[in-house]
Design a protein around this ligand. Structure first.
Ligand code: NAI
Length: 318
């Protein structure tokens, strides 16, 4: 097919590529001309143990189909070794898919430091370390594509997943800033919240739902986002079962009060409806949007508040 998106001559690192979504990404890029580093620590979904088998099986699969691939068995927390494998085997790195992940689901009441640290370590520190190691190559060649992996749990919260939710939303902020820093160098970074059948989800979803959520059905969106012709960056997407959508931050129309001693909790309560009113929303894309609002606030006179309080503070809890 002539209109097929191709990645010939490019080098792709997929972390956690020994199974689930990572395997689907790796085999896809292997079939579309890219050289692939298949990274996987080969442990359990809770982050216990390690093995070379998971990565090797996928490398063999890619090679058997005529593609180019090498294994890497390091933890993503040793990102420089994973990127080092790409450089040693193929001489470059073009695309980094930070996909590796673990779960340590437990209610907040029972969570232990270890549950917190392991999950934050693999997802946040792991994505940081791999991206940090790839960054100098991306900058030098003025080309790079990064996908980070978030989750609906991070975007919306999910019972029993405080550690995982915190890690996954951290990757949204990480991506948004990486995209800003990378823009000048044609390094495009996006974050995807997938949903797919894998060992992570097979115990929490019914079989018929799992059947409709093949990992392969997340791949095409990621393929578009890391293609050389893509221009989208700093964006959040969800994808699964053939559905995909972009998400963005929405700010209510808001309330602006003069920041003087009349600015009390009570003054806010009187106009609470404005604070939570989304009928005229804004879609901020950077911290400067908020600073502009503050500039407006500084120009306000006391009369702009449109109300008189008896005395500062006391009115607060009316
Ligand atoms: P999976 O468990 O099949 O794949 C994760 C892979 O990462 C495993 O092969 C595992 O060995 C590897 N891994 C774990 N820790 C590692 C480390 N320290 N270094 C290197 N490799 C490591 O799970 P799945 O579902 O394919 O997950 C892929 C990503 O998608 C994860 O980041 C997960 O949090 C995310 N995700 C998945 C969802 C789903 O519905 N399957 C939903 C939302 C997010």
């Amino acid at each position: 097919m002539t209109d097929q998106l191709r990645y010939d001559g490019q080098v792709v690192v997929v972390t956690g590529a020994g199974g689930g979504l990572g395997r689907a990404y790796a085999t896809f890029f292997g079939s579309r001309g890219a050289s692939v580093v298949v990274n996987d620590l080969g442990g359990s979904f809770k982050g216990e143990g390690n093995s070379t088998k998971a990565a090797d099986v996928v490398v063999n699969e890619i090679k058997a189909a005529g593609g180019k691939a090498v294994s890497n068995y390091d933890s993503v927390e040793n990102g420089e070794r994973i990127i080092g494998t790409a450089i040693k085997a193929f001489g470059r790195i073009d695309i980094l898919i930070n996909n590796a992940g673990i779960l340590r689901d437990i209610s907040f009441k029972n969570i232990k430091d270890e549950d917190w640290d392991l999950v934050i370590g693999v997802h946040v520190r792991g994505s940081y370390k791999c991206s940090r190691a790839a960054w100098p190559y991306f900058r030098k060649q003025k080309y790079g594509r990064v996908i980070n992996t978030a989750s609906a749990a991070g975007l919306f919260g999910s019972f029993g997943q405080t550690n995982y939710s915190a890690a996954k939303l951290a990757l949204v902020g990480f991506t948004e800033t990486l995209a800003k820093e990378g823009a000048k160098y044609n390094i495009l970074c996006n974050v995807v919240a997938p949903i797919a059948a894998s060992r992570m989800t097979e115990t929490v979803m019914p079989p018929d739902v799992l059947k409709a959520l093949q990992p392969e059905w997340v791949v095409p969106l990621v393929a578009v986002l890391v293609h050389k012709n893509n221009t989208e960056t700093g964006s959040i997407f969800e994808a699964g079962g053939g559905h995909m959508a972009k998400l963005r931050w929405e700010r209510s129309s808001g309330l602006l009060l003069k920041a003087d001693d009349s600015y009390t909790p009570g003054a806010i309560l009187k106009k609470w409806d404005n604070v939570v009113d989304f009928s005229n929303p804004q879609y901020p894309t950077g911290p400067n949007d908020f600073l502009t609002l503050l500039e407006d606030s500084m120009k306000m006179g006391p009369s702009d508040r449109g109300e008189t309080l008896d005395f500062a503070g006391r009115v607060a809890l009316v």
